[in-house]
Design a protein around this ligand. Structure first.
Ligand SMILES: [Fe+2]
Ligand SMILES: [Fe+2]
Length: 267
């Protein structure tokens, strides 16, 4: 009983201190090439409806070249996907599609957990609500692709990737929240980089088109997570970003016995 009382007090104290910080905040720093000023009056409206329309209207020949400028994503990541992973993925497209479906569902689930855990920030709630809708739309779209290909759902265990980063998450607040948001930024950025790599070479027009369509939303998710991490942190997050950059690059570059959407170099 006493433990629960003390825990509630500490939760309330944490929420109040973050709330005060959030309300006093004048800008969200983004880790783009330039710092970008954002406030409640110019938060972008959800673009999900527009994105959905664009997928249907898109001209595949125009999508083939040039690919979206991903320099911000490439600069953020500490390593590029190896040709060996791309080759293995192309040789196992159904498995990659299945794991992609898992990833979309997990992305929505993780964001939903954050929405319940950190209810004090308007920016966080709004961005995550938008992100959940988009991830669930992607999940629905991947399910549709599987259905059209006659691909049955198959259980796939989780790879080492997310666990390999989450084990370094700090255990106290608000550091734990900031770390989860930074990890989210890396997962989104890596997804974006891998969709681009696959779209370049995959011998399936529908998947190539779909992976290009995803680049826009996944690169925005990466920027949103990073901006939230900085805006909700009392300290500069550069050091934590640099730390997770190394951890993530190692997970992507080192030998991995399991092939997954976010796996390392095939062993
Ligand atoms: Fe997604
Ligand atoms: Fe995403």
């Amino acid at each position: 009983m006493l433990n629960r009382y003390l825990s509630n007090i500490s939760k309330r104290f944490f929420k109040r201190s973050i709330m005060a910080k959030t309300m006093n905040k004048e800008y969200i720093r983004t880790k783009d090439s330039n710092d970008k000023v954002m406030n409640d009056s110019n938060i972008e409206e959800p673009r999900i409806v527009k994105d959905e329309i664009e997928e249907d209207d898109v001209d595949i020949t125009k999508l083939r070249t040039p690919i979206k400028d991903l320099s911000a994503v490439y600069n953020f990541l500490g390593a590029r996907t190896t040709q060996a992973w791309v080759d293995a993925a192309i040789a196992n497209v159904p498995m990659i599609i299945q794991d992609h479906a898992n990833c979309e569902k997990k992305a929505a689930g993780t964001a939903m957990n954050l929405i319940f855990r950190y209810e004090f920030s308007y920016d966080l709630q709004r961005k995550l609500a938008q992100l959940i809708r988009e991830e669930m739309l992607h999940y629905e779209q991947v399910l549709g692709i599987m259905n059209d290909r006659g691909q049955a759902w198959k259980y796939l265990s989780a790879g080492r990737y997310a666990k390999g980063m989450l084990k370094h998450k700090r255990t106290y607040e608000p550091a734990a929240m900031v770390d989860v948001l930074i990890i989210g930024a890396f997962i989104e950025a890596r997804s974006c980089e891998r969709f681009a790599a696959l779209a370049e070479v995959i011998d399936d027009e529908r998947l190539a088109k779909y992976y290009r369509y995803l680049l826009k939303s996944e690169s925005r998710h990466f920027e949103d997570y990073l901006a939230l991490a900085q805006s909700l942190s009392e300290d500069d997050i550069d050091e934590r970003v640099a730390f997770f950059k190394e951890v993530e690059a190692e997970l992507i570059s080192s030998p991995d016995h399991e092939l997954r959407f976010h796996s390392g170099t095939p062993a």
